[in-house]
Design a protein around this ligand. Structure first.
Ligand code: DX5
Ligand code: ZN
Length: 217
């Protein structure tokens, strides 16, 4: 794979066979595994918490980067739990806290990379003020897998790239597949989350390779 990382989202995986599903995409060359955490408050669904992170860390050790996307209200209350569970990256939503700068500091105090996410309707100002390791631009509204990519996203990704500069990871999340991948990479994305386009397919490994090929431009 190129310097572009495909981060399959386990939200679309078969949870009864989670270990095999993750092993399948690792064999296809993936290192980043995206963990979508939802609390039923910031977004309506409830998904998974630190115990899933801990289980994946125990099963795969250092072979994976556990990329945790917290779609939860007041993420400052959960930083310690996710760091202790073995998260490598903790990304929280700017809309979910009054204390973005402090939450980034708290994440980094654990030696974990800190990311901030913004919903499609949220302006990018937070990235002018807070230095992050990863900037996550949602390309659907958070809460559900399988939604269509919002077509105006590439322009926003370009603006985000110009704010954060060339060296910060820029992740996109929502509706990413082999068709939309080249568009987001051209706009400046480096990390591509894909849920239904990977685990929703009969051949998740083949789907990863297809998206990675398309993202190579
Ligand atoms: C949505 C989640 C995404 C989701 C993406 O709220 O943050 O990570 O799994 O799913 P797809 O790739 O199916 O749009
Ligand atoms: Zn996500």
């Amino acid at each position: 794979m190129s310097s572009i990382q495909i981060a399959p989202s386990i939200l679309s995986a078969d949870f009864a066979r989670l270990e095999q599903q993750v092993a399948t995409v690792i064999e296809a060359g993936v290192t980043w595994i995206h963990v979508d955490v939802m609390d039923g408050v910031f977004v309506p669904p409830i998904t998974m918490g630190p115990i899933v992170v801990q289980a994946l860390r125990a099963a795969f050790g250092d072979r994976i980067v556990l990329d945790c996307h917290l779609m939860i209200d007041r993420p400052e209350r959960q930083v310690d739990a996710f760091a202790q569970a073995g998260a490598d990256v903790i990304t929280f939503h700017a809309e979910a806290t009054a204390h973005s700068h402090r939450v980034v500091q708290a994440i980094r105090e654990h030696g974990v990379k800190a990311g901030i996410a913004v919903c499609p309707g949220t302006p990018l100002q937070v990235f002018e003020e807070v230095d992050v390791d990863l900037a996550l631009c949602m390309t659907v509204n958070p809460g559900w897998g399988g939604q269509p990519f919002i077509p105006t996203s590439p322009a926003k990704i370009e603006r985000l790239r110009s704010i954060i500069g060339p060296d910060v990871a820029l992740e996109v999340d929502g509706g990413v597949d082999a068709t939309t991948a080249p568009k987001v990479v051209r706009a400046g994305a480096t990390h591509l989350v894909a849920g239904s386009a990977v685990f929703g397919k009969d051949d998740p490994a083949g789907a990863v390779r297809e998206i990675a090929d398309a993202a190579r431009l």
